[in-house]
Design a protein around this ligand. Structure first.
Ligand SMILES: Cc1ncc(COP(=O)(O)O)c(C=O)c1O
Length: 331
């Protein structure tokens, strides 16, 4: 049995949150300042969740709005639907924006905004530099959901608007909250919505304490997930059914295709039985937020930093491979 720990609010951050209940201090503004500094941004708002941020953003977006056909965030599409905004899906390479397709789309149609997650399905980086350049060229507003990249020092360069979740299980893991960086201020957000959906003081105290750890958590999660992918690739690189999606890309989870949706569920159950953990780290697809193929997703991002060790990743890869073999023998 592999013993792992699911991500939870770290003790020191829990204590900072409890302290905020009685210290009579405003934690909103200092936390906004910390975020502004980290992302080189002049206008930041902290709301009660990233989905709330997306509602506030969606209200003001010029349309049509382009989104990936998979590997994005369904909550954004739902936010746009609230305001009757026109959404256009664009074909991707397993969630990664195909620059040729994007270029020809922008050349011939009148898209005004593009929403993307910094990592497609949390598994592989989007070509952000190229996407930014083409959006600038065609005057398209770029919204980058950086939930998967908080802590990455490069991320501050991209997007007219950035949005991030500090919910659970995220890099900044407060179980609540999210923020908007209105970097280029090309749109003006609705003050009433921003005020109504504002984060509480306890959440802000938590984010303030936790955000400084983001570079370490982001890089450690990525390093361990890359190791897990490499270990799995050693065996699966010749398997035509169980293929790793974006095998050499650096992400926060590992997606392995399966023969069918049913087999993916069975495989996920087999693996879960071998792991002792409070909550789930193995999800299954097809899933718009990951990949629209029968697959299992090893959500390395859901692991507590204390479990992000090579020995655990090695054992996890062995368990996954054994479960795949067991499933093959059953059929
Ligand atoms: C990429 C992405 N964006 C937005 C959200 C929404 O976050 P929240 O739970 O803070 O509303 C999530 C949540 O999982 C997410 O993964």
């Amino acid at each position: 049995m592999l013993e792992l720990k699911f991500k939870e609010i770290p003790q020191d951050t829990r204590e900072a949150m409890i302290k905020s209940l009685s210290d009579n201090q405003d934690h909103y503004l200092p936390t906004v300042e910390a975020i502004k500094e980290m992302f080189d941004c002049e206008e930041t708002h902290i709301l009660n969740s990233a989905n709330s941020c997306l509602i506030a953003i969606a209200e003001k977006l010029p349309e049509p709005i382009i989104v990936a056909d998979q590997g994005g965030w369904n909550g954004f599409i739902k936010s746009c639907e609230l305001f009757g905004k026109e959404i256009q899906k664009i074909e991707t390479n397993d969630g990664i924006i195909n620059m040729e397709i994007l270029k020809s789309r922008l050349k011939k149609n009148r898209a005004k905004s593009l929403y993307i997650t910094s990592l497609a399905g949390y598994t592989a980086p989007q070509p952000l530099k190229e996407i930014q350049e083409i959006c600038n060229k065609y005057g398209v507003l770029l919204i980058v959901d950086i939930s998967a990249s908080v802590g990455n020092p490069e991320i501050k360069k991209y997007g007219d608007i950035q949005v991030a979740s500090t919910g659970s299980p995220k890099i900044v893991n407060i179980e609540n909250g999210g923020f908007i960086n209105n970097k280029t201020r090309k749109i003006e957000l609705n003050k009433h919505l921003i005020k109504s959906l504002k984060a509480d003081n306890i959440t802000c105290a938590g984010i303030r304490n936790e955000i400084k750890k983001a570079p370490l958590i982001e890089s450690k999660t990525m390093e361990m997930n890359t190791y897990l992918k490499e270990k799995l690739c050693e065996t699966l690189s010749h398997d035509n059914i169980h293929k790793i999606i974006h095998p050499t890309s650096k992400g926060l989870n590992t997606i392995i295709t399966a023969e069918s949706k049913k087999k993916a569920k069975t495989l996920a159950n087999h693996i879960r039985q071998e792991i002792n953990i409070e909550k789930n780290i193995i999800t299954t697809g097809p899933n718009y937020n990951r990949i629209k193929k029968a697959s299992i997703v090893i959500e390395t991002k859901n692991l507590d930093i204390t479990s992000l060790k090579k020995e655990n990743m090695k054992k996890l890869s062995e368990l996954i491979l054994e479960s795949i073999e067991k499933l093959d023998n059953e059929s």
